[in-house]
Design a protein around this ligand. Structure first.
Ligand SMILES: Cc1cc2nc3c(=O)[nH]c(=O)nc-3n(C[C@H](O)[C@H](O)[C@H](O)COP(=O)(O)O)c2cc1C
Length: 275
């Protein structure tokens, strides 16, 4: 049975592990006692690892996760607010890419980081499909155009409201506005019946986008691509997505052609304060 052990020599009985447990399946029976698993531990533990991560004395081990397996948080690496603000404000949707492939280890790193995004009940429902070959990205973009042409033919008003005629015209003039000439595309997908798939995958893809500049990369949401993947079976099949899945998002990735110099402004927050 999945549970945990506490090293009585190291445990200082501060009860922090029990306090931070999201489902309260860690019990402090008495102020002097060490923590013990609640009866419903196995059923309700989210496997989030908070208990191991928060223990100041490394006394707490889950059966499947020891403190030694969890890298320490290095104080010297904590960013100051100005650095975080610039990181978040300078993130841009990149739509011009160098004609250069991204090394596999960098794509793997992006996905490794993406998996640290929050997810409802720590479900981590995302699956990834990475299109590594630029020619394949172009072929998929062409399929999106096929889909847009058929939507434009059948429901011209809907197509117009979604900007399809302009994208198709651009394509016919040799400008690819689906994947923007990116050498790679990452598609996040998961169980189509899962209620938080869209939120969880969007957050994970946001991590991809935010981390990309640290590797010298740029990224951009591929809204047309994943909408088409869900609506156009030939594209869904070309991506090799399982029948029970839905594409929840797609991100173009590559080396940016241009460097941004300034931070554009945004609307101020539209906020109502409730007291
Ligand atoms: C769900 C979603 C779908 C998007 N789809 C596309 C797309 O298909 N093509 C594109 O060039 N940009 C796409 N974008 C990028 C937005 O246009 C962009 O975030 C917005 O213009 C703000 O610019 P910034 O990201 O550089 O701040 C998408 C963004 C989101 C969040």
């Amino acid at each position: 049975m999945d549970s945990f052990t506490v090293d009585p020599e190291k445990c200082i009985k501060d009860g922090i592990c029990a306090s931070v447990c999201p489902t309260r399946v860690i019990r402090m029976e008495s102020p002097q006692g060490v923590p013990s698993p609640a009866e419903d531990f196995e059923d309700n533990c989210l496997a989030c690892g908070h208990c191991v991560a928060v223990c100041p004395t490394a006394a707490f081990s889950l059966d499947w996760l020891s403190p030694e397996e969890c890298p320490p948080i290095i104080d010297e690496l904590v960013l100051i607010p100005d650095q975080v603000e610039q990181l978040l404000r300078s993130r841009r949707s990149i739509r011009e890419y160098k004609d250069k492939s991204v090394e596999r280890y960098k794509l793997e790193k992006l996905l490794e980081i993406a998996c640290y995004a929050p997810s409802a009940k720590n479900t981590q429902p995302w699956h990834w499909t990475v299109v590594e070959d630029a020619k394949e990205v172009r072929r998929l973009a062409a399929m999106v155009i096929d889909w847009m042409r058929s939507v434009t033919k059948d429901t011209p008003r809907i197509a117009k409201s979604r900007g399809f005629p302009r994208v198709i015209s651009a394509w016919d003039e040799g400008v690819e506005r689906i994947c923007r000439g990116a050498p790679h595309v990452i598609v996040a997908h998961g169980d189509k019946k899962y209620g938080f798939g869209a939120e969880d995958c969007a957050l994970a893809l946001s991590y991809v986008e935010l981390f990309a500049p640290a590797l010298g990369l740029g990224a951009c949401w591929g809204g047309y691509l994943y909408s088409a993947a869900n609506a156009y079976p030939p594209l869904f099949e070309a991506l090799g997505l399982p029948a029970e899945h839905r594409a929840y998002g797609a991100m173009m990735v590559g080396y940016p052609k241009f460097k941004y110099r300034r931070l554009p402004l945004r609307y101020p927050p539209r906020v109502k304060w409730i007291k």
